[in-house]
Design a protein around this ligand. Structure first.
Ligand code: ADP
Ligand code: TRP
Length: 330
């Protein structure tokens, strides 16, 4: 089974990203052949500074490796290292109806906000389809916000196969050059709250970053918003942001003990926060150490990306050859 997903290099990772997405990616590397790429071509639609781009792309690679992605098992690479993706994207755009792209949320949301869209943003789902289809991906794990993009990918693949593959059967997906991928929508029922109790998101400035400096991280944890129940009084764990975060880290017995402390009273929020900070550093300590080591070993990280690109290209070249043959480009 070939598992593929892409991650935009859009900034520092926080614990919401980890529990909501990255952890699943890392776990999936044991279930099949994982191909994970850093979507730098996609990021061009928002990042317009060369140094920022290089830095963010490198940081995603560091993050993945520090968090346990094993380059001997999974393939980690940079999207733009596979030139065939851009070629396939063009071919696909010639079978993609305008209406399909006009209905895309990503495009509609931006235009509704008054942002004047460029062609890159409009064509974004076609490039994403090329990302997926060029590796004959079986399964594509993504967050709920990307579900529509996967439906568009399947629509484009069907359109291509119907146009160019006489034996194609849309009901079974058999007989086509392009393989129809299955979406795997990651569980987002557990939305990780930020320090203000809203969904943790870098756009809200309420994050606890995975690899931030220790002092700053402790400060952010100590600053989590709580109510003003006095230290002695019983507290409701189920409405408390600190408890919601403790749940991510504590073992069941430990969590039961903390719950009892909340309900009994006599322990202040400050103590629960300190406990959370300790659990955070215990959980991410090894990854943070590895992150620092990798930062000082940039050659290794670049080598991983080069090796990953070579492996990904082997697949991409074959699929692109079939596409060229089917369309008469060769
Ligand atoms: P942000 O909101 O910080 O910009 P992204 O939209 O880049 O984060 O999300 C990257 C991935 O992390 C997505 O798969 C998303 O579902 C997941 N994710 C982001 N924030 C959270 C959160 N607070 N709780 C759970 N998952 C999250
Ligand atoms: N669009 C995805 C996002 O913003 C990233 C992405 C690009 C992707 N190409 C992909 C995800 C292919 C899965 C498969 O999160």
């Amino acid at each position: 089974m070939r598992i593929l997903s892409g991650v935009q290099p859009s900034g520092k990772l926080h614990i919401g990203n980890y529990f909501g997405a990255i952890r699943q990616f890392v776990d999936l590397q044991h279930k099949g052949h994982g191909l994970y790429f850093i979507a730098d071509l996609h990021a061009l639609t928002t990042i317009r500074n060369a140094d920022t781009m290089r830095e963010l792309v490198f940081d995603v690679a560091l993050n993945f490796l520090a968090l346990g992605l094993d380059p001997a098992r999974a393939t980690l690479f940079r999207q733009s290292d596979i030139a065939e993706v851009a070629e396939l994207s063009w071919v696909l755009s010639t079978v993609t109806p305008m209406g399909l792209l006009e209905r895309a949320h990503s495009f509609k949301d931006k235009t509704a906000k008054g942002i004047s869209p460029d062609h890159g943003l409009f064509a974004y789902p076609v490039l994403m389809a090329a990302d997926i289809l060029i590796y004959h991906s079986d399964v594509v794990p993504v967050g709920k916000d990307q579900k529509q993009h996967l439906e568009i990918t399947r629509d484009i693949a069907v359109k291509f196969n119907q146009t160019y593959c006489p034996g194609f059967d849309p009901a079974t997906g058999k007989g086509g050059v392009l393989k129809l991928p299955e979406p795997m929508i990651m569980d987002d029922t557990a939305v990780v709250p930020g320090t203000d109790g809203e969904k943790m998101s870098k756009s809200y400035g309420n994050t606890i970053d995975l690899f931030g400096p220790e002092k700053e991280t402790r400060k952010r944890i100590m600053g989590i918003k709580t109510d003003s129940t006095p230290l002695e009084a019983p507290k409701n764990p189920d409405t408390c942001n600190v408890f919601a975060l403790l749940k991510l880290f504590a073992k069941p017995e430990e969590l039961a003990e903390i719950r009892a402390q909340y309900q009994k009273g006599g322990v202040g929020y400050g103590d629960f926060k300190k406990r959370l900070a300790d659990m955070f550093f215990a959980a991410f300590g090894p990854a943070r150490k590895r992150y620092d080591e990798l930062r000082n070993n940039q050659d290794y990280v670049h080598q991983v990306l080069r090796d990953g690109a070579a492996r990904a290209r082997e697949i991409a070249v074959q699929v692109m050859d079939q596409v060229r043959a089917a369309t008469g480009l060769r």
